[in-house]
Design a protein around this ligand. Structure first.
Ligand code: SAH
Ligand code: F3S
Length: 432
């Protein structure tokens, strides 16, 4: 009987891909079957995120639960960004944890599993050329890493401390992986990195040269690739060549993540984002001119230290002007090993919550206006999920969720639809 693996994944798409890599690495040694029931598992993996404080606090109570539930002899491993950041402290606080494996040390999983109380958290470790085993949870949509780490030093962000310096994965490895994914049925490729449009800045081997724009062109030439998505690009690196490739390449889905963080130039400066409000608005305007049907999503942090009401208003102004189709908004969370933790003028919790609520109310208002205009629009949808109510759901090129009446023969197909009902999050449509 094969061993059983329970794996819980928090955080970003990169963590989702790391979890797939871990499953593949385990299976290189011996077959593991996935289970949703931790009490059945021989190995419990918790793949953590450390971007905000709350999930980190919750980790230990969760680990305590797994300790109670786990069957005799089962092992517990903590992986991901909190593993990188807390390292051996995790085993000190939760001595029943068998190993700790950092976000940049995924390829050492087998070694950690067989080494009692292993702590593998080297953030200088170079995995950019490592050949991970093959495993994909969704055969239609393939996540493909294009770089590891992040070279930016945004003052609020712990990621450079947990994932280390940025190294691009050689283009030929990415193209080979893309080809393999397509050969096994993928229609959509999702290119992943902390800062994808900085691709090519540094390889382990200095002789190589490439840019994200070039990489997009090469990936789109692969026969059988129908759609390309990527996350996350950085607004600072959205040069004209990149926007032109985005606009003119038919295989690239017309949804762009433009993480704003703040609409105030002063706060952007304190965050070390490297751009101003004007630059951001200029790029968003140019993008909408070049690609009129583009959907723009963003990340916003409210109540960064020193954020005045005027600064906050500047963020709301940018929201009104850009009309983002999707916003992920957060209260600033002070993180260790970041420069912002030393900044004065912290915003009180109650005021931070008030700003977040106000921002989200404006977002709802703006989304309702956008939704009303969407009815009657045509979209192309890749259908992925059979719903229980007689609908089949998928994502449009724009990344919007759309469902139509139908059955499983739609799954895995790309179809044109017309929107009949539009909401803030989901839409109903009819097939054309
Ligand atoms: N380069 C990555 C960033 C990862 S963090 C990407 O663009 O996906 C994802 C988001 O979490 C950031 O864009 C930011 O909005 C938010 N975030 C990061 N650190 C934070 C902090 N200390 N407090 C609140 N939100 C934070
Ligand atoms: Fe974090 Fe900024 Fe990099 S948000 S992941 S340091 S681009």
């Amino acid at each position: 009987m094969s061993k059983k693996l329970f794996i819980e994944t928090f955080g970003c798409a990169m963590n989702t891909r790391d979890s797939e890599h871990m499953i593949a690495e385990l299976n290189k040694e011996e077959p593991y079957e996935l289970t949703m029931d931790a009490s059945q598992a021989d190995l419990i993996l918790v793949n953590t995120c450390s971007v905000r404080e709350k999930p980190v606090q919750k980790l230990f109570s969760e680990l305590g639960q797994y300790k109670k539930q786990k069957k005799e002899g089962a092992k517990i491993g903590v992986t991901g960004c909190t593993a990188s950041h807390l390292g051996a402290q995790i085993i000190q606080k939760a001595p029943y944890v068998d190993f700790v494996l950092g976000a940049r040390n995924v390829s050492k999983l087998a070694h950690a599993l067989h080494t009692p109380k292993a702590v593998e958290i080297d953030i200088d470790y170079d995995e950019s050329q490592y050949a991970f085993g093959e495993y994909r949870s969704n055969p239609l949509k393939a996540y493909i890493n294009i770089s590891i780490g992040c070279d930016k030093q945004c003052t609020f962000c712990i990621v450079p401390h947990t994932r280390g310096d940025e190294i691009s994965i050689p283009q030929e490895l990415i193209l080979r992986e893309a080809q393999r994914a397509v050969d096994s049925g993928a229609k959509e490729l999702f290119l992943l990195g902390q800062n994808v449009n900085n691709y090519g800045r540094r390889f382990s081997d200095n002789s190589q040269k490439s840019s994200f724009t070039q990489l997009l062109r090469e990936v789109s030439r692969i026969d059988g690739v129908e759609r390309i998505r990527f996350t996350s690009p950085h607004p600072l690196h959205m040069d004209d060549a990149f926007l032109e490739e985005f606009a003119s390449n038919d295989k690239i889905c017309k949804s762009m993540h433009m993480p704003l963080q703040s609409g105030s130039t002063a706060i952007l400066h304190a965050m070390k984002r490297g751009y101003t409000q004007e630059w951001f608005l200029n790029r968003a305007k140019k993008l909408r001119q070049m690609v009129p049907n583009v959907h723009i999503s963003t990340d916003i942090i409210v109540a960064f230290p020193g954020e005045s009401l005027e600064d906050f208003e500047a963020t709301l102004d940018v929201m009104r002007e850009v009309q983002f189709e999707q916003i992920f908004s957060f209260k600033y969370s002070p993180r260790p090993h970041t420069a912002a933790i030393h900044l004065p003028n912290a915003i009180e919790e109650a005021e931070a919550s008030r700003r977040l609520t106000q921002l989200q109310a404006l977002n709802d208002e703006l989304l309702d206006t956008l939704a009303a205009k969407r009815v009657g629009n045509r979209e192309r949808v890749l259908f992925e999920e059979l719903k229980s109510d007689g609908y089949v759901q998928g994502r449009a090129d724009s990344n919007m969720l759309i469902k139509v009446k139908g059955s499983e023969e739609l799954l895995g197909t790309l179809r044109d639809v017309e929107i009949t009902q539009a909401g803030r999050v989901g839409n109903v449509a009819k097939l054309l």
